[in-house]
Design a protein around this ligand. Structure first.
Ligand code: GLA
Length: 576
């Protein structure tokens, strides 16, 4: 098997060298140097950390619409106390107020929200200030359409926003000092709005609010993975994972979670869209229900499966009450949190399944690093095995295995590791540090739209593409194992820049490229782009003439977990 994979990489390198035929503005000699260059695949850029999935707490699961200044203060104190148990690394950040904050549903003559002064003494800005005072960030909630989801005691619906109020409302949230906004879709659906168009226009309102206030709202899209059936919609037959990157930071993929294990598993499966999650944009299987009603074994499985998915970790349990010791321990394991928050921001893949036993694996930053969840969803304890081959690691090489819940190194193993007793309904969670198969570099086959080749001492090829128009990486073969690529780039500005990635002519996805700080050093981001067997065509293009794009140094295949199949989705439409 290893020999076979090496052959594929050699073929890739050869094809990429042969089809490099740039038509930039450099001299003929430089053209020749580019096109005959045999890539040095050992010269790869350092991975640039992307914004991690948001971590925090939201009021909905425990409090429903019963939110007010005092209960949010108490929950804020609870979250700060939970954070104090985390010795190092990533901590919970957001305190999010869900539906129920705007009871009146009334606006004044200028369109401003009329907020109940007894519920929110000092207004919404006072609670945002309080949360900030505890070193945390504040989140708020609204519907995309004029009708909210929940109903008041008298049977009337809560109220949301609407296109005529988007600019006003998101500016108001930013002015109040909020840092996060979740935008629901009950009113949007009731009015027949197109999800993609609606959320894009809200993203623009949020970005205008940022220009006016300097205050950025993290945008959480909540249309429960709606797949429109209206053929006139741009997102006809497509869920938010196809258009969410570059619109929101995260997007719900399924119906509302409830505190039972069946619901947890249903949302896990419906959230499986690994090609949509990259460069700081996240599939969201919903807020967590750990510490609510399930057993400690199920809670541990739930947390492990959210972490291996690289999902937002937004807790939903009541933090104002004393936490059982088990819950506190499960929510504060630094190694588990680090897997969720890994710098590559990728989603874990299902790499093996036998009946109700599943092996999940996530590509982590660094060389040869993987996280694993052995998930036994059967009624009896069982032995479970993960093979190095399924992880894209060299099978014959020894790899270090660590149990992250037990916080214990288990030793070095070749080929595979077997956990002998994975509990019924539970998990064993591991990190594995092994040997990656060698990468293969793809170089641009053709340039379009004003892009040029420029010198780049730090780049694999000695050149980079600047002024990105469209760069095609065509005629590339693939062994169809996995499908992770790494894009080496330079962004010497202080802001994130963007490009679209088009794989095999499919709908583009927006990639974000954080600053690399210096023109002399390259950064790299990783993306999952499931290869099809045989040749694959990949293109990178600028978003438009006015959106800054990165300079591109190379695209390389990188080895990673090999998915069992492209989809395991059982949950599709939002059912609300
Ligand atoms: C929808 C959302 C939930 C919650 C409720 C509030 O159902 O999906 O997460 O915000 O609305 O009514």
């Amino acid at each position: 098997m290893r020999l076979h994979r090496r052959c594929v990489f050699v073929v890739l390198s050869l094809i990429s060298s042969l089809c490099a035929c740039g038509r930039g503005t450099d001299s003929a000699n430089d053209e020749a140097a580019w096109s005959t260059h045999v890539p040095d695949v050992t010269q790869r850029a350092t991975q640039t950390p992307v914004p991690p999935p948001p971590m925090g707490w939201s009021s909905w699961n425990s409090l429903g619409e019963g939110v007010n200044h005092d209960v949010i203060k108490a929950e804020t104190a609870g979250l700060a106390a939970l954070n104090a148990r985390i010795a190092s690394g990533h901590r919970y950040e957001y305190v999010n107020i869900d539906e129920g904050w705007w009871l009146s549903g009334q606006r004044d003559a200028s369109g401003n929200f009329i907020v109940d002064a007894a519920q929110w003494p000092g207004g919404m800005q006072a609670i945002a200030r309080y949360i900030h005072g505890k070193g945390l960030k504040a989140g708020i909630y609204i519907d995309a359409g004029p009708r909210g989801c929940g109903k008041r005691a008298d049977g009337t619906h809560f109220v949301g926003s609407d296109p005529a109020h988007y600019d006003h409302d998101f500016l108001q949230f930013a002015q109040w000092g909020f840092d996060f906004v979740k935008v629901d879709f009950c009113g949007g659906a009731a009015r027949g709005y197109d999800p993609e168009k609606t959320y894009r226009s809200i993203a623009q309102a949020i970005s205008r609010a940022y220009s006016q206030t300097g205050h950025r709202l993290t945008f959480s899209v909540c249309d429960w993975g709606t797949i429109p059936t209206d053929k006139s919609f741009p997102d006809y037959n497509e869920g938010p994972w196809t258009w969410g990157a570059g619109v929101g930071t995260m997007w719900r993929t399924t119906r509302d979670i409830t505190p039972d294990f069946g619901s947890v598993i249903y949302n896990l499966a419906g959230n499986y869209h690994p090609e949509g999650q990259h460069t700081g944009y996240y599939n969201d299987p919903d807020m967590m229900v750990a510490g609510m009603r399930m057993s400690a074994v199920h809670d541990q499985a739930h947390i492990s499966l959210w972490a291996i998915s690289g999902a937002p970790l937004i807790l939903g349990n009541d933090l104002a009450k004393p936490l059982p010791a088990d819950t506190a321990r499960l929510l504060t394991n630094e190694e588990v949190l680090a897997i969720d928050q890994d710098a590559l921001g990728l989603q874990g893949l299902l790499v093996a399944q036998s009946g109700r036993l599943q092996v999940w694996a996530k590509l982590l930053a660094g060389t040869g690093q993987r996280a694993i969840v052995l998930f036994n969803n059967s009624a009896k304890a069982a032995p479970m095995t993960v093979t190095w081959d399924s992880l894209g690691l060299v099978s014959s090489s020894q790899a270090m295995v660590r149990d992250v819940w037990a916080r214990k190194d288990l030793g070095r193993f070749a080929t595979s590791y077997t956990a002998h007793d994975v509990p019924a309904g539970g998990v064993t969670m591991l990190t594995i540090s092994g040997t990656d198969s060698a990468p293969a570099t793809w170089q641009p086959g053709s340039l379009d739209g004003g892009a040029v080749f420029a010198r780049c001492p730090a780049c694999t090829s000695g050149k980079k593409v600047t002024g990105l128009g469209t760069v095609n990486f065509s005629g590339m073969a693939s062994g169809a194992r996995g499908g992770f690529i790494e894009v080496g780039y330079v962004n010497d500005s202080t802001r994130t820049v963007f490009a679209r990635l088009i794989m095999n002519g499919q709908r583009p996805t927006m990639l974000a490229f954080p600053p690399t700080r210096s023109n002399a050093s390259m950064g790299a981001i990783a993306v999952y782009v499931p290869f099809r067997a045989g040749p694959n065509a990949l293109a990178l293009s600028n978003v438009d003439a006015s959106t800054p794009a990165p300079d591109i140094g190379y695209v390389a295949t990188i080895s990673g977990p090999v998915p069992l199949s492209q989809t395991i989705s059982i949950a599709r439409h939002g059912e609300n």
